[in-house]
Design a protein around this ligand. Structure first.
Ligand SMILES: Nc1ncnc2c1ncn2[C@@H]1O[C@H](COP(=O)(O)OP(=O)(O)OP(=O)(O)O)[C@@H](O)[C@H]1O
Ligand SMILES: [Mg+2]
Length: 268
């Protein structure tokens, strides 16, 4: 390579770095070959390169949002088998993926028994939000309450509530497995109030609304929480059978377990 060419390469790298076009800097030669640049005008070539950088940045931002969301597994709507839940309102579920509930700061409540896909759909909505420029954060209800309790004990509740208010979508998974005492209910009230009309909550629960009354220690606080949670909200009820059990049945596991009572395995 001639001296001039080496200098040009160095200048180009330096300038791309300075403009923080890091993807172009690291892949420029490969991109120029891949894209079949010959025969294109200078403007077309420039535009192609800039689009490459933009796509790279968008994908990196999505990866970052997904990482920060702390989803326990990556679930999408594409892998949700609607034919398995024939009674589920497919149109209502799919319309949620338009994400207007996020821009309108509404809540989504997914209710149904164990294994019917509540967490799957909640994660899929959170993932979709991340892919479309919104931030999400996933927490189990239990972990949420532990963190709020710990924050309250050490005088950090206000700050903790603010961090739970930051994401556009807060997924709270599994309300209803454990009853709440007054302190817990008060903490939940503060969280729901803090996010009210400011950001969406996606909540999953294995209890029906009628049963929710028993989760809270008194009617006043139950009404205050439900009022805020349900005011702007969409409810998806799933009443079908457990996908987990169906898969086990399909693999022949469930029946063989039932037939051998001495086995210790517990079917979740
Ligand atoms: N209709 C479905 N199509 C594809 N996979 C499904 C479907 N329903 C559930 N699953 C899968 O079955 C497993 C259990 O579903 P999920 O965890 O969403 O259930 P859940 O309603 O949250 O249950 P739980 O109340 O016990 O937490 C997951 O791996 C999920 O991806
Ligand atoms: Mg679940």
């Amino acid at each position: 390579m001639s001296q001039n060419r080496v200098l040009l390469e160095e200048r180009l790298s330096h300038n791309l770095r300075k403009l923080e076009l890091l993807h172009l800097e690291s892949r420029l030669d490969a991109l120029l070959e891949e894209k079949g640049f010959s025969g294109k005008s200078l403007k077309e070539q420039l535009n192609l390169l800039l689009e490459e950088e933009i796509t790279f940045r968008q994908e990196r931002a999505i990866r970052m949002r997904l990482k920060l969301a702390r989803f326990p597994a990556l679930k999408t709507i594409d892998t949700f088998d609607f034919s398995f839940q024939a009674e589920l309102d497919k149109e209502a579920v799919l319309s949620l993926f338009g994400l207007s509930f996020v821009s309108e700061r509404e809540n989504v409540i997914l209710i149904g028994p164990s294994g019917v896909g509540k967490t799957h759909l909640a994660i899929a909505l959170g993932v979709s939000a991340c892919q479309n420029g919104y931030t999400s954060y996933f927490t189990s209800f239990q972990m949420l309450m532990e963190n709020l309790r710990r924050a309250a004990e050490s005088n950090r509740l206000r700050r903790k509530l603010l961090t739970y208010c930051k994401p556009h979508v807060l997924v709270i998974d599994e309300l209803g497995y454990l009853p709440m005492d007054h302190h817990d209910a008060n903490l939940l009230f503060q969280l729901v109030s803090a996010r009210y009309e400011k950001g969406s909550i996606i909540l999953t629960s294995n209890k029906t609304y009628l049963e929710w009354g028993n989760l809270f220690p008194d009617e006043g606080i139950a009404a205050a929480i439900l009022d805020r949670l349900l005011h702007y909200s969409k409810t998806i009820k799933i009443s079908g059978q457990s996908y987990r059990l169906a898969m086990k049945r399909k693999m022949g596991l469930f029946d063989s377990m039932k037939q051998s009572p001495n086995r210790r395995t517990v079917i979740p």
